[in-house]
Design a protein around this ligand. Structure first.
Ligand SMILES: Nc1nc2c(ncn2[C@@H]2O[C@H](COP(=O)(O)OP(=O)(O)O)[C@@H](O)[C@H]2O)c(=O)[nH]1
Ligand SMILES: [Mg+2]
Length: 253
């Protein structure tokens, strides 16, 4: 089993990509399942095989602990790890080759509180991959783009698992902008140059940022894709294969 955790800021497209990549895998004959780890999800744009809401309900937590929606979201996220046994049992029933995890809306609920790390460690870090989703609307300038990469690096630093960066919703980005984003994502030196042009005031900071970005090797696995048109889905699959099997297809093993 390979575990892929889709993480990213609220609205970056985690739920939609979990659903569409699951569908893409099935259509291509790969054995995958989708797991919803967002107890606070009201509506999910796909039918997950396993759903944390079987065990944790935001509405019940709000009632029981007399909390508003924000407080209840945090408590629910902290409660995620309490159901690991049940989760493992259900995963064992499927024994799927690819388990795709949709994580809670707000990045910090999964990446920076304790439960996310506990789940990843417990299920097996050596079989896990973090897929960090970059919302193009938050990455339109070199500084914004670099900030997303830093957020991604922070999540990887915190969760200590291999990571790939995914630029989502490329069907919504105009051609010229998309080309620039692809360049920033795959060539850190080009990003650095543009950062320096835009704000040489912070040149030492820019250098530090570039070092972090290069160190995390963000550019080696940067995948632009659309969950709407499915452009880039093969690249995502290839990049997962590459990470775990050095490019050799699991099906042929
Ligand atoms: N056009 C387009 N819209 C997308 C894509 N991915 C997500 N969205 C939309 O972006 C919004 C947020 O997506 P969602 O998956 O709920 O984000 P999450 O909060 O990270 O789970 C929804 O309205 C989606 O329909 C995409 O690839 N293309
Ligand atoms: Mg979601």
């Amino acid at each position: 089993m390979i575990y892929v955790y889709f993480i990213g800021t609220a609205g970056s497209g985690k739920s939609m990509l979990t659903g569409s990549f699951n569908e893409w895998c099935k259509r291509n004959g790969y054995d995958s399942i989708a797991v919803n780890l967002d107890p606070g999800a009201k509506k999910i744009p796909y039918a997950p095989e396993i759903d944390i809401r079987e065990w944790i309900s935001l509405d019940e937590v709000m009632k029981e602990y007399e909390l508003g929606p924000n407080g209840a979201q945090i408590l629910c996220a902290d409660m995620l790890a309490l159901n690991i046994k049940e989760l493992e049992e259900r995963l064992g029933e499927y024994r799927a080759d690819y388990v795709l995890f949709d994580t809670p809306g707000q990045l910090e609920l999964f990446a920076f509180r304790s439960a996310g790390k506990i789940i990843i460690d417990q299920l097996g870090k050596n079989r896990s991959l973090l897929a960090f989703l970059i919302d193009p609307s938050l990455a339109t300038t070199p500084a914004n783009f670099a900030s997303q990469l830093l957020l991604s690096a922070t999540a990887q630093f915190r969760l200590e698992a291999p990571l790939i960066n995914i630029l989502t919703k490329i069907d919504m980005v105009d051609g010229e902008m998309l080309e620039r984003m692809k360049e920033w994502g795959s060539n850190p030196d080009a990003l650095y140059e543009e950062l320096m042009k835009a704000s040489s005031l912070y040149s030492r900071m820019n250098e530090g940022i570039l070092t972090v970005i290069k160190e995390m090797e963000a550019h080696t696995a940067f995948i632009p894709l659309s969950a709407e048109t499915w452009e880039g889905m093969e690249d995502l699959y290839a990049s997962i294969q590459n990470l775990f099997y050095g490019g050799e297809d699991l099906e042929r093993k």
